[in-house]
Design a protein around this ligand. Structure first.
Ligand SMILES: [Zn+2]
Ligand SMILES: [Zn+2]
Length: 85
């Protein structure tokens, strides 16, 4: 396993990637420090300054937030089409 690279942190870190090379692992950070450093702890992508990522307490990018299905109360498309006769 890889430890979080944040100074003084001894948690396990996940691979984080910079946008200019998404195949090369740039850092390892735990979920907390990934967010601090601007990385999504779900996918490891760099999202600092993108949308509301910096301010979202989940620490997840839009994509990963969607995957979780939390707070994702979208319209049910089946209902939408039901009256269409
Ligand atoms: Zn850490
Ligand atoms: Zn993500």
């Amino acid at each position: 396993m890889n430890l979080c690279e944040y100074e003084g942190c001894e948690r396990e870190g996940r691979a984080c990637y910079l946008p200019d090379d998404e195949r090369e692992v740039a850092y390892h950070f735990c979920h907390e420090h990934a967010h601090i450093e601007g990385f999504c702890h779900g996918c490891g992508g760099f999202f600092a300054g993108v949308g509301d990522f910096d301010f979202d307490s989940s620490g997840l990018c839009d994509n990963c937030r969607g995957d979780l299905g939390e707070d994702f109360d979208d319209e049910d498309e089946d209902d939408f089409w039901e009256d269409d006769e």
